[in-house]
Design a protein around this ligand. Structure first.
Ligand code: MLT
Length: 265
């Protein structure tokens, strides 16, 4: 990866913004924007992997109750997945581990998913023009889909209402990819908001340490979302979630039907 020259604040053909937590968003401010929702550990990584492995659609739900109701209205082979405290919910078929959603399990099925942070964050974004689902595993693919949109906001899900490093790492890495792609194509690189600059600085710092041999997963283990996962025995999910660009697909949340499918562009 090349060194990133930050765009000047005066070039405003493109605005790159980051909401460090869903609660920091004024929902109406997302009107007309392209939003990328991220919950690296683990909701958005799980959604990307499920759709990559052939899921027909994912229905994100903000509560356990609404998930049970949505699942009851689906075909009998639909799966009910999600977590509380990182663990599978009583009566649910599956948890929120990306690696459990294998092609054998998920192919051609609907997944109704309720998680503590990621699927709740999506609710804050209803006013957006488009909602895409990002994670480190599909970083480059998301960058390609959004890079020509004039107003892009990454919404970090956080963990239990607190900013968490792994989502900010994704936000910074995505900003960097968008700027690199646009520079390579000779397009103006636009303007970073203050929070976007903070995210880029955080990512640059992590990237520097990665060059010296520290794996990305190690940063995730020490982040708020990762500490709990290590404690409950899900280190394998952390390693999976740290594989940058391993899944070249982009899920999009259709705002009207509130369902997530793979986007064609
Ligand atoms: C969430 O959306 O709350 C997280 O993905 C929690 C988890 O790691 O399962």
């Amino acid at each position: 990866m090349s060194d990133l020259a930050l765009p000047s604040l005066s070039a405003a053909s493109l605005v790159l913004d980051v909401a460090l937590l869903p609660s920091l968003i004024e929902p109406e401010s997302l009107t007309g924007r392209t939003v990328v929702v991220v919950d690296v550990l683990r909701a958005t990584t799980t959604i990307v992997h499920s759709l990559h492995n052939g899921a027909q659609k994912v229905l994100p739900q903000a509560s356990i109750d609404s998930a049970r109701k949505a699942h009851a209205a689906q075909p009998v082979d639909a799966l009910l997945g999600g977590e509380r405290g990182g663990r599978i919910v009583d009566g649910f078929h599956n948890g929120n581990s990306p690696i459990e959603y294998t092609p054998e399990l998920i192919s051609n099925k609907t997944l109704v998913l309720a998680t503590t942070n990621g699927t709740v964050a999506m609710e804050q974004c209803r006013a957006a023009q488009r909602i895409l689902i990002g994670a480190m595993v599909n970083l480059g693919a998301v960058a390609r889909v959004v890079e020509d949109n004039p107003l892009i906001t990454v919404v970090c899900s956080g963990t239990d209402g607190v900013i968490t490093s792994e989502d900010v790492i994704f936000a910074g890495a995505l900003m960097e990819r968008i700027i690199e792609n646009r520079q390579a194509a000779g397009k103006p690189t636009g303007q970073l908001t203050d929070t976007a600059s903070i995210a880029v600085d955080h990512w640059k710092n992590v990237k520097q340490n990665m060059k010296s041999g520290t794996p990305l997963a190690e940063f995730f283990r020490n982040a708020r979302g990762g500490i709990n996962l290590v404690k409950i025995g899900h280190d394998d999910d952390i390693v999976f979630a740290s594989r940058i660009d391993s899944l070249p697909v982009v899920p999009e949340l259709d705002i009207e039907s509130w369902s997530i499918r793979l986007t064609g562009n």
